[in-house]
Design a binder for this molecule. Structure first.
Ligand SMILES: Nc1nc2c(c(=O)[nH]1)N[C@H]1C(S)=C(S)[C@@H](COP(=O)(O)OP(=O)(O)OC[C@H]3O[C@@H](n4cnc5c(=O)[nH]c(N)nc54)[C@H](O)[C@@H]3O)O[C@H]1N2
Ligand SMILES: Nc1nc2c(c(=O)[nH]1)N[C@H]1C(S)=C(S)[C@@H](COP(=O)(O)OP(=O)(O)OC[C@H]3O[C@@H](n4cnc5c(=O)[nH]c(N)nc54)[C@H](O)[C@@H]3O)O[C@H]1N2
Ligand code: SF4
Ligand SMILES: [Mo]
Length: 736
């Protein structure tokens, strides 16, 4: 194993998805601690989840050998089998499904963050087999944001936060234990005089320390952006030279924003018109300004418009690809990209046309994204740009519906890797129905999750200290960083790279998977740099490209017009409104009086994970709904009381946390709660008791038109008091 001159090794933490490089320490072949980085630029990157990695990696309940279902589906009864037997049987059964129903009957669901070293072998496998039906948790995160950004200027920017003079956070709330490096960058910029504008219904941590806080109603971000544009365009605060030379559709955009005078925007958002105008001026007049990516606008009924409005604001204020603005990095020239390894041109047009949901909601599917291919090739040198692995996906709601109903065609095999699929999309009821109707389910996991419990085969996964990697942030940023294997995976645990490679060989197309190990594919990927993986790991724990700004002056933008498309020619050709707009979500009523939003990430966990890790669970034993004191008083609800939160789709049970920082009339529901300790006593480890996905609808009136993204920010709900906790809760949950 390579160590640098200081005898240090580096592993990139994948407990969450921001990827801090930390220093693992081992003893007798076992990970014993994770330390902060020794590089001063990274030394502050310590969050307690990363430090807790040994408790995750060495956990007693970690899966170590393949399991085959022996009971009914979901009954959680297993026999242990060898890896060879499991892979042989999976290949045989998959061949059977494909022979009967065609290759499109295979769906793969993943998220990619945690499994890290797939090297796009999943897409390569699917493309060789002939299935377009790949879905991912990133369809509610940076993946769909990337795809929609591409429609406007051909790439997905990463904000140059540390060098910015004005940072605008649309809900996004980085903290010491949530996306720590971004939190550090914001603090560095503030120390340099940057102003921070936060838009959030709650007084979040970032709102508390911001220069200005706009407490908008949940789900109204697109209206807010239209209000900002109204001020910026009518007061002529935009960059005229840039608009003239590098954009299309400015006159039409101006006409559209004039439909949103500030009085209308103030009424929709609930924010004072003068404050909207003042902050729009602050943003537009700053020496440099950025709008960092936020997941808040990728989960709303006006998501496509809201994301496009961020793109438009960045562009017309002259902040695109300039210092302190939002940078378009392109592919790293020293590393073969996942976009290329995925072999997307191998999948036929006929099979691509079968991608589920593409007919109605095409924005992040092949149908819309391939309209960019020749332009991506022109500007960035290759046709496919699968940035954050979210640019060629099927629609999850359409996919689970097809799994449940066999319409428009049967979907009979479901593979889920490093993704707790049951709980990670809207409408958990439909997901369960879809999974129960499968002939073959395979899960690759490190713990027995509710999703894995529904599988026919569970393959144990490795973790980040057990595999080598070179990370390029999925083409979001151009730098490369090293992640080293410091311990062996337990027993038969494997990487997702090995899983797909071994399966491809059994399926008869192993020649397309010539790399025998992760190190071999890393050597291959590093070929353009002239370094082998060994050489890279000896010298370059971090390896950046010098930033080159405003590359578009040489190349144009990677869109059909070569310009920033304020009016999107692709959306127009697909039959959608080519200009951004605001659409109101389903209204609250007397029956369902609250605006409910999911999220506010918890410091102790990443998404649905780590509930079985004692040091983390002790910090947060019980799921909590947030409620404003005035709402609690009106309903005579006390702090820590058990309640039900009900929507038309379902109900969850949790405790109330009364918080003055909440916005009146709003309820926060946490994401991803299940109870590993209830395994064996409650169906699917209590995953229908408190999970937000049980509540979140995906009926058409709750879906964004262009992407089919569910409205997680401001759907109607009601609170019903309970006299006691749900049955079967542990002492710790009851006391929490
Ligand atoms: N209902 C609902 N759905 C959501 C969201 C929401 O708020 N509500 N949020 C969305 C967002 S923002 C995101 S980013 C996605 C996140 O979706 P995911 O990234 O899928 O998130 P997790 O819930 O953490 O599930 C990851 C699973 O991978 C396992 N795992 C961890 N490390 C490894 C590993 O190294 N190898 C393998 N094989 N498995 C591993 C964990 O045990 C866990 O069960 O979910 C999205 N889905
Ligand atoms: N500890 C920890 N850190 C994490 C994660 C984790 O699970 N745990 N998950 C990671 C992932 S994958 C993601 S995507 C990020 C998400 O993290 P953030 O981007 O910070 O998002 P949230 O914490 O879900 O919510 C942030 C804020 O959005 C506000 N909000 C709610 N509705 C709206 C709305 O309609 N508009 C606006 N403008 N604001 C609204 C909420 O009040 C809340 O304060 O966190 C990452 N960091
Ligand atoms: S913020 Fe924490 S959990 Fe996320 S990558 Fe960094 S150390 Fe790991
Ligand atoms: Mo996310």
């Amino acid at each position: 194993m390579n160590k640098d001159e200081n005898n240090t090794q580096y592993s990139i933490c994948t407990i969450c998805d921001i990827g801090c490089q930390l220093r693992p320490e081992t003893e007798d072949g076992k990970l014993i601690s994770m330390k902060a980085h020794d590089n001063p630029g990274l030394a502050r990157n310590v969050c307690f989840k990363g430090i807790a990695a040994p408790h995750v990696h060495n956990h007693d309940e970690r899966l170590r050998v393949p399991l085959k279902r022996v009971g009914e589906r979901g009954e959680d009864k297993w026999e242990e089998i060898s890896y060879e037997q499991a892979m042989d049987e999976i290949a045989e059964r998959l061949k059977g499904v494909v022979d009967e129903h065609g290759p499109e009957s295979l769906v793969v669901s993943t998220s990619g963050w945690n499994t890290q070293t797939t090297h796009s072998m999943d897409r390569r496998f699917m493309n060789a087999l002939g299935s377009p039906n790949y879905i991912s948790g990133v369809s509610l995160c940076a993946g769909n944001t990337a795809a929609v950004n591409k429609l406007t200027y051909g790439w997905f920017p990463f904000a140059d936060i540390a060098n910015s003079k004005c940072i605008v956070l649309f809900g996004h709330n980085p903290r010491k234990h949530s996306w720590t490096p971004i939190f550090n960058m914001i603090n560095a910029a503030k120390a340099n005089g940057a102003k921070v504008i936060v838009l959030d219904p709650r007084i979040s941590d970032q709102a508390e320390t911001a220069d200005v806080h706009l407490r908008l109603r949940s789900g109204t971000d697109a209206a807010m952006c239209l209000g900002w544009l109204n001020v910026i365009i009518n007061e002529e605060l935009y960059d005229k030279a840039f608009v003239d030379e590098y954009t299309t559709g400015f006159a039409e955009l101006k006409a559209r924003v004039n439909e949103y005078p500030l009085a209308r925007v103030a009424e929709i958002t609930g924010v004072d018109a003068e404050l909207i105008a003042e902050t729009a001026r602050m943003y537009a007049n700053a020496d440099s300004a950025c709008i960092p990516w936020t997941p808040i606008t990728d989960m709303q009924i006006s998501s496509t418009s809201a994301i496009r409005l961020h793109s438009i604001l960045r562009a017309i204020t002259g902040n695109l690809d300039s210092p302190g603005g939002d940078l378009l990095s392109g592919f790293n020239p020293n590393y073969i990209s996942e976009s290329e390894l995925g072999n997307h041109d191998m999948l036929s047009a006929e099979q691509k046309a079968k991608q589920l949901g593409a007919d109605i909601h095409p924005a992040y599917t092949y149908r819309a994204q391939e309209m960019l291919s020749e332009h991506t090739q022109r500007v960035w040198g290759q046709p496919y740009a699968d940035i954050v692995m979210g640019c060629y996906m099927a629609n999850p709601s359409a996919t689970f519906r097809a799994m449940a109903t066999e319409k428009p065609y049967p979907v009979k095999a479901f593979f889920t890797l490093g993704n707790n699929s049951l709980m990670s999309y809207p409408n958990q009821h439909q997901i369960l129905k879809g999974m129960m109707n499968q002939d073959l389910i395979v899960a690759q996991e490190i713990f027995m999750t509710p999703t894995a419990m529904l599988a026919d085969y569970v393959i144990p996964g490795d973790v980040f200290t057990e595999r080598n990697h070179v990370a390029d942030s999925w083409n979001w940023r151009a730098g490369l960083s090293l992640s080293q294997k410091v311990v062996e995976p337990p027993e038969e645990a494997c990487s997702t790279f090995e899983f797909w490679t071994d399966l491809a060989h059994r399926m008869g197309f192993g020649d397309l998977f010539p790399w025998q190990s992760i190190e071999e594919i890393l050597d291959h990927r590093l070929t353009p740099s002239g370094m082998s993986f060994d050489e890279f790991s000896n010298k370059h724990y971090m390896y950046g490209e010098p930033p080159e700004f405003q590359k578009y002056k040489k190349t144009g933008f990677g869109t059909p017009s070569g310009k920033v498309e304020l009016k999107s020619s692709i959306l127009e050709e697909l039959g959608f409104d080519p200009l951004p707009y605001y659409r109101e979500g389903p209204a609250v009523s007397e029956e369902y009086p609250y605006h409910v939003f999911t999220g506010v990430r918890e410091d102790a966990f990443f998404q649905t994970g780590q509930r079985q890790v004692k040091v983390l669970r002790d910090r947060s034993p019980t799921p909590k709904l947030f409620m404003h004191p005035a709402d609690a008083a009106r309903q005579e609800i006390e702090d820590n009381q058990w309640v039900k939160l009900q929507t038309k789709t379902g109900e969850v049970t949790a405790k109330i946390l009364i918080q003055a920082s909440m916005k009146e009339g709003h309820i926060r529901v946490p994401h991803g709660w299940w109870y590993p300790e209830m395994r064996g006593t409650a169906a699917l480890a209590g995953s229908f008791i408190s999970s937000d996905a049980v509540l979140c609808p995906d009926d058409p009136e709750f879906l964004d038109y262009e992407q089919g993204i569910p409205h997680f920010k401001g759907f109607p709900g009601r609170i019903v008091k309970l006299d006691e906790a749900p049955a079967g809760m542990s002492e710790q949950v009851l006391a929490g």
